[in-house]
Design a protein around this ligand. Structure first.
Ligand code: 5RP
Length: 260
């Protein structure tokens, strides 16, 4: 692994503890003006001091984030379908060239694959082509194991998709938490972060983050459970305490409540 790749990875995964709090606000690329992100810049600004990495699209980066902002960027580079297109949901391809990703000075790129759909091959080859390009410039690729309708969020499916992403060259895998999550982590040779998924009560989301870390995940790449919380700053502080300070879910929930 060359110096550039190692350096960028160290901006994503913090060397002091090998963990990371990624704030995901990329939802607009297929969901449009997602609740909480109508004015993405205003939502994100107070959360930035507690995030290690910001994951978003190039349009959001250009329009909502001032260029002098000091935070590593994980740029979403796959897309192409919307939530209105049910049959092709998450049938994604490349939507940002590697040149533009470099121009935006990103520390990593994110590409979704959808294993188990008739179009899985398109998304997988899309990702591997992007990995080849990103490798050329020392840019890490985070593979997102998207879950389509009818595909279970269970350890059997998620370990299959995560292991595939890693074997195909992804540097980090973003997947969903599930029961027996240790199996997903143990069989995946690259670091795993979890998505938060749909908004759930704060207490449950903190428990999920804790369970994922206990099972071996190196952090979270969480969106809706932070920015749709009644208190987003309290929530990201609480998540951060779990990830970087080994806080228990109870301690973290107290941090969330104190912030109110
Ligand atoms: C979809 C994505 C998201 O757009 C997002 O990053 C997920 O974050 P969360 O589920 O925590 O809101 O990666 O596959």
């Amino acid at each position: 692994m060359d110096w550039g790749m190692k350096n960028r990875l160290s901006r994503i995964i913090k060397p002091k503890d090998g963990r990371t709090v990624m704030l995901a606000v990329d939802h607009g690329y297929f969901m449009g003006p997602t609740t909480g992100l109508e004015n993405l810049g205003e939502t994100v600004k107070p959360l930035l001091p507690y995030a290690d990495v910001l994951m978003l699209t190039r349009g959001a980066l250009r329009h909502y984030i001032p260029p002098e902002t000091d935070i590593p960027i994980c740029l979403r580079v796959s897309g192409g379908t919307s939530i209105l297109n049910e049959t092709n949901l998450l049938h994604e391809g490349t939507v940002v060239s590697i040149e533009d990703a470099i121009r935006l000075n990103v520390s990593a790129v994110a590409f979704s694959i959808l294993v188990g759909q008739p179009f899985e091959r398109d998304t997988i080859l899309g990702m591997t082509e992007y990995i080849d390009e990103a490798n050329r410039y020392g840019i890490p690729v985070l593979a997102v194991t998207a879950v389509g309708r009818g595909l279970g969020k269970d350890a059997k499916y998620l370990s299959l998709a995560s292991r595939m992403a890693a074997e195909l060259g992804a540097n980090i895998v973003k997947t969903y938490y599930c029961e027996n999550f240790e199996k997903v982590v143990e069989t995946c040779p690259v670091p795993i972060v979890i998505a938060g998924g749909k908004k759930i009560p704060e207490k449950e989301a903190l428990q999920m983050a804790y369970n994922a870390l206990q099972a071996g995940a190196i952090g979270v790449d969480m969106g809706r459970n932070i920015f749709q919380s009644e208190n987003p700053a309290g929530m990201i502080k609480a998540v951060r305490a779990i990830v970087h300070e080994n806080a228990t879910p109870k301690e973290a929930y107290q941090i969330f409540k104190n912030e109110k």
